[in-house]
Design a protein around this ligand. Structure first.
Ligand SMILES: [Cu+2]
Length: 145
């Protein structure tokens, strides 16, 4: 009977400690979280912006040899293939010599327009894009700031 009561008291004490710990933890989170969210909107993943870019393919060449986006932004790339009966796409690579494809846009046959959506790389630098069908004729730099 006596030991049962002690066990009960111990359990109550443990629960009280756990509740206290949880309450403290929450307070700390709120304290840390609020200023960070307002201070650096650009650095928080939820605060990342969106950028709209466009690229046209005509006579088996792109109308731009450079596209730009901020690191980690959601890119909406409107791709206009004006070449009647010819297939083109946009594909993003780590570098010109890299086989590592960061984004592969669906190939479309002109005349057709599509929108590619992808996230710009997190690391600033100069990346590379080309058309997978005409990799040497259609290429450019994808600059991440
Ligand atoms: Cu092409």
């Amino acid at each position: 009977m006596k030991s049962w009561r002690i066990l009960g008291l111990v359990l109550v004490a443990i629960s009280a400690l756990l509740l206290l710990a949880a309450a403290c933890g929450e307070d700390e989170d709120e304290g840390d979280g609020a200023p960070t969210a307002t201070d650096s909107d650009g650095a928080s993943p939820a605060g990342r912006g969106e950028v709209e870019l466009d690229l046209t393919a005509q006579n088996t060449s792109y109308d731009k040899d450079e596209l730009m986006a901020e690191a980690g932004t959601d890119v909406k790339l409107t791709f206009n293939n004006k070449d009647n009966g010819i297939q083109h796409n946009f594909a993003l690579y780590e570098s010109k010599d890299s086989d590592e494809e960061l984004f592969e846009g669906d190939i479309i046959t002109g005349p057709e327009t599509t929108t590619y959506e992808f996230t710009a790389p997190e690391e600033p630098g100069t990346y590379f894009f080309h058309c997978d069908i005409h990799p040497t004729a259609m290429q450019g730099d994808f600059v991440v700031e």
